[in-house]
Ligand binder design. Structure first.
Ligand SMILES: *Cc1c(COP(=O)(O)O)cnc(C)c1O
Length: 350
């Protein structure tokens, strides 16, 4: 029996969120200018706001998180250097080998299944003086950590990693695409969480709901050099205040991410308590829920079955599906998810 799909429940990512009425109004009314000439007042306001929120000297608006991360690496490093980062980090795993292609640096990857490399592993990976060795130019960390299932990395753990780098004079870049999720989950103000990092990227376009945009923050000098690299990458934009205006609204709404976390807890409970023995909860943290399906047909099969009943999610491993909550979802959608999941299995999974 086919189920009539009334409404798609999109759990693939928090990037699917659409700008709401408040954002669209702010966009329509935004004051703008040419931002390459640094004449867009709304962009300037957003950059000022971002720098203040993270207690850094300056900030720079980017079209995407990937571009901001890559510009950060370009700005921190010299070609031929080595960058230490997690094997599951976004910068290493999901940015099209930008490290090699754009910055001409070598990646030194460390285990980070729990969201962050071990400080001792970082210490060992930092190169000493030897004619054969490259120079270690940068350490990159990530919070929340995407591939581990949205795990927030504790302040002390971040600090321990940063201290190892600082002892050797190596800068630290934090991929904080979801730093406000981390901040809420850990109950630590964002500025305190990123205190020991030299540069931080965060996204407006994920759970915060803006249509696009990321900010890179750091010292004045770093940001001025990053501005040139942004131009190099084609990220110098013109009347982009129309977008920055949505970003300002997004930042105002950042505490609402807590609702996404609450929905994730509810979603996780449904999965954990589900009667089929092949299906269980692997992990829930912040707005990420990892579902484990060990049935012989594999997680790809379940992903497909869910899609047929209007539930979209992403397969992460052979046995794992990733489900993300976000501001375009309400509690009723989570209830509908439970009904649709029930339906798949009560029909014998056929
Ligand atoms: C989404 C994401 C990025 C990149 O952002 P885009 O705007 O999609 O390029 C970087 N790091 C992490 C951890 C992310 O989740």
């Amino acid at each position: 029996m086919a189920i009539a799909v009334e409404e798609i429940i999109d759990l693939r990512s928090d990037t699917v969120t659409r700008p709401d009425a408040g954002m669209r109004k702010a966009m329509a009314e935004a004051e703008v200018g040419d931002d390459v000439y640094q004449e867009d007042p709304t962009v300037k306001e957003l950059e000022k706001r971002a720098a203040k929120l993270l207690d850094k000297e300056a900030a720079l608006f980017f079209p995407s998180g990937t571009m901001a991360n890559q510009a950060a690496v370009l700005t921190h490093t010299t070609p031929g250097e080595e960058v230490i980062l997690g094997a599951d980090s976004h910068i290493f795993y999901y940015e099209v080998a930008g490290l090699a292609k754009l910055s001409g640096v070598q990646a030194r990857i460390l285990p980070d299944e729990e969201g962050c490399p071990e400080p001792e592993d970082i210490r060992e990976a930092i190169r000493g003086d030897n004619i054969h060795f490259p120079v270690t130019g940068l350490l990159c960390l990530e919070n929340t950590h995407n591939r581990s299932g949205g795990l927030p990395v504790a302040k002390n753990r971040l600090r321990a990693c940063c201290e190892v780098a600082r002892e050797k004079g190596i800068p630290v870049h934090l991929d904080g695409a979801r730093i406000f999720n981390a901040s809420l989950a850990l109950d630590v103000p964002p500025a305190e969480l990123v205190k020991d990092c030299d540069s931080i990227m965060f996204c407006l376009s994920k759970g915060l709901g803006a249509p696009m945009g990321s900010l890179l923050t750091g010292s004045k000098d770093f940001i001025e050099r990053a501005r040139k690299n942004r131009k190099l990458l084609g990220g110098g934009l013109r009347q982009v205040g129309v977008i920055a205006a949505a970003g300002l609204v997004a930042l105002e709404n950042r505490e609402e991410l807590q609702k996404d976390h609450q929905l994730a807890v509810k979603l996780a409970e449904i999965i954990r308590d589900f009667p089929d023995e092949d299906l269980g909860l692997a992990n829930q943290a912040t707005n990420f829920v990892m579902l484990e399906y060990t049935g012989s047909k594999g997680a790809g099969w379940l992903e497909q079955k869910l899609a047929e009943v209007g539930v979209l999610c992403n397969k992460l491993h052979d046995s794992k599906l990733r489900l993300l909550t976000h501001r375009d979802l309400e509690e009723k959608h989570i209830d509908q998810f439970a009904e649709r999941l029930d339906n798949i299995f009560s029909r014998g999974g056929e």
